[in-house]
Design a protein around this ligand. Structure first.
Ligand code: B12
Length: 581
């Protein structure tokens, strides 16, 4: 039987780059590119953020993180200064910023201007990086769209020069794809070079990886999530000589597994963590409702730092996050909320027990180690060079979360991942409202739906897959982060009856228009449904915030879906003519 994970299948190229050579190239660059000064390092009298984190751990001080990245760099600079000053004036502190670069910053320098734009910030060179970090004594963390992309080396050089001592986001190496960029060999090779440069710095520079940006969003088992983190730690620390700082949180909605994962990740860690991300998937309601989610996960994370200090900053995500990128005053409000909650947590900790989480952590640790060992020995047995960081990274990326978990994970989840559970519940809630006659009409029509996403967000697609299965609608996987022309081509080839697109990255109108144009050009008319975040930043925007474009999408003849349940009336509408015929 053919082994789908055979080395020749996953890495068929005859002459791939050699990891050791890439690391040497990166290390050699450390002569010219080193950590520069920043108000943060100066203000606290430390050589790196890791030193500051160790100090916080010793003092039982909980660090705080805020995320900024407006499309307009001037507004991002203003945010860097204003958020810090407003918190300081209120007697609070924001210790670090995660700076969201635009996805176009991931491309090689020569392609950045022409590539498609997302919702984030474009910075043209080291001066623009430094102009941002100069604005306040908060630690600059260049996380997104640095490591994991073909532009990794230039972005790392500029971030270091601007005084950043936490650079990421290695999680994105495993899952993110830039529009129209298929050369994953270059993406991984440039990342390994950048890691060589980081590891050769004379001070500690944290290699940050957000697990939820990587495989954690897709695994069904928290033991697999921990196992993947242990593999990354092994590659970065043992094979490359760097300092690994993990982050998790978006998808960790339940307090016990959230605290348990924190404890499990701390096991064996010798480097402080970057931050624990806000549980952003629980933001589904109005602002007032989202405040309840904010307090639930923040309290868990504060208690986690009290129980087991790891240097992770907590991340109070503004309650408008599910609508759009939050504005400056909303970031400040969330920070002030967190400050008060830290004060109150001291008393609350006495009424909360943590033994259940500690026991769950032990199971995650055992399962995580088993997963790590199974992956590494499984790859070694198949002839992969598991001492070469380039080869390991590329192989893991190409194999992907689903295949890794099914080949090397536990037979039954050790601790079921909260996101898996939530998606199943979301599907069940919608399916139970559909009556028998509707179900029969849909099943009788014998539809095939092509499901795809324009970007990394795949939960909407997973939810639709579950619903279609239950409704007896056949599905074709149109992929994740697909380009519009490839999507149109899959639709033509599959002979599907409808196309379901899930899109989140603020390019909804352009993406849908491109798919329709491509279909029309080949004389193909297939009904299109679209859902997700149907917004886009207008070209002439001076607010940097995306606006809703659903009406304009509807005017193109596309069915706009605000909820997964909107799939059902759309199917019925399509089924009617078939019935009549
Ligand atoms: C989970 C998440 C992630 C995960 C995705 C993991 C994964 N593998 O799927 C991770 C952490 C990786 C991530 C990454 C990013 N994210 Co994100 N993410 C979210 C989050 C928290 C939830 C979205 C989600 O999946 N919800 C679950 C789904 C099932 O529910 P839903 O979205 O409410 O959708 C409903 C309907 O719309 C419908 N539906 C969805 N699609 C479709 C399609 C059809 C046909 C139908 C019928 C129905 C339907 O089904 C759902 C139930 O009714 C949102 C914020 C939020 N709370 O909504 C931000 C959010 C979508 N992300 C955002 C951004 C900016 C990013 C990044 C660019 C950040 C960065 N700098 O790295 C990257 C993306 C990079 C890339 N290359 O694509 C922004 C989008 C901004 C905007 N457009 O205004 C948001 C809104 C957060 C924010 N405010 O900044 N993200």
């Amino acid at each position: 039987m053919i082994d789908p994970l055979a080395r020749a299948t996953i890495l068929p190229e005859p002459d791939l780059p050699d990891g050791a050579g890439l690391l040497d190239d990166g290390r050699a660059m450390a002569k010219d590119w080193q950590v520069g000064p920043s108000p943060f390092l100066e203000h606290h009298g430390v050589a790196s953020e890791a030193d500051f984190k160790r100090r916080c751990m010793a003092q039982s001080r909980v660090m705080r993180h805020a995320q900024i990245g407006f499309r307009d760099p001037e507004k991002s600079r203003r945010a860097y200064g204003e958020i810090w000053s407003a918190c300081d004036a209120a007697g609070e502190s924001v210790d670090r910023y995660g700076l969201c670069l635009d996805w176009a910053m991931g491309y090689p320098l020569e392609r950045r201007r022409e590539g498609p734009r997302g919702t984030g910030m474009m910075l043209e060179g080291p001066e623009e990086f430094a102009a941002l970090t100069r604005e306040a004594p908060a630690a600059p963390h260049f996380g997104d769209f640095v490591l994991g992309f073909p532009g990794a080396v230039a972005n790392t050089c500029w971030a270091l020069a601007a005084g950043s001592t936490a650079i990421g986001n290695l999680g994105q190496l495993f899952t993110f794809r830039l529009p129209d960029w298929d050369d994953d060999v270059t993406s991984v090779a440039e990342t390994v070079k950048a890691l060589g440069l980081i590891a050769a710095q004379p001070v500690d520079v944290l290699v940050h990886a957000n697990l939820d940006d990587g495989f954690a969003a897709t695994f069904s088992d928290l033991a697999s999530c921990l196992g993947a983190a242990l593999i990354e730690r092994h590659i970065v620390e043992d094979l490359i000589g760097g300092k690994m700082a993990h982050c998790f949180g978006h998808h960790f909605s339940e307090p016990v597994p959230r605290l348990a994962f924190h404890l499990a990740l701390a096991d064996g860690a010798t480097t402080p963590g970057s931050m624990i991300y806000g549980n952003t998937t629980s933001y589904r309601g109005e602002e007032a409702q989202n405040y309840a989610s904010l307090s639930s996960y923040l309290l868990t994370d504060i208690l986690g730092q009290m129980t087991k200090p790891t240097g992770h900053a907590i991340n109070p995500v503004p309650v408008t996050e599910n609508e759009r990128i939050p504005d400056i005053d909303e970031v400040v409000a969330a920070q002030l909320f967190a400050g008060r909650l830290i004060e109150q947590a001291a008393g609350l900790s006495q009424v909360i027990e943590t033994t259940t989480a500690a026991l769950e952590a032990e199971r995650i640790i055992a399962g995580g180690r088993a997963f790590r060992d199974a992956v590494l020995s499984g790859l070694a047995d198949r002839g992969y060079d598991i001492k070469d960081p380039f080869e390991l990274f590329l192989a893991l990326r190409r194999i992907g979360a689903r295949r890794l978990e099914s080949a090397f994970g536990a037979r039954e989840p050790v601790v079921i991942s909260p996101v898996r559970q939530e998606l199943d519940e979301m599907a069940a809630r919608r399916l139970e409202t559909i009556d028998q006659a509707t179900r029969e009409a849909i099943a009788k029509a014998g539809f095939t739906a092509l499901l795809a996403t324009s970007d990394v967000h795949e939960h909407g697609k997973t939810l639709l897959e579950t619903m279609c299965r239950d409704l007896k609608v056949a599905t074709v996987d149109g992929g994740v982060s697909v380009d519009p022309d490839d999507l149109a081509e899959s639709a033509r080839q599959s002979g599907c009856d409808l196309i379901c697109i899930s899109t989140y990255n603020g390019v909804a109108l352009d993406f849908v228009e491109a798919v329709l144009n491509d279909l029309r050009a080949s004389g193909c008319e297939i009904p299109v449904l679209v859902g997700g975040r149907l917004n886009q930043i207008p070209d002439a925007s001076n607010t940097s915030l995306p606006v809703d474009v659903a009406d304009r999408i509807a005017a193109l003849g596309v069915t706009v879906c605000r909820d997964a349940a909107d799939l059902v009336p759309a199917l019925i509408k399509l089924a009617k003519p078939a019935d009549q015929g």
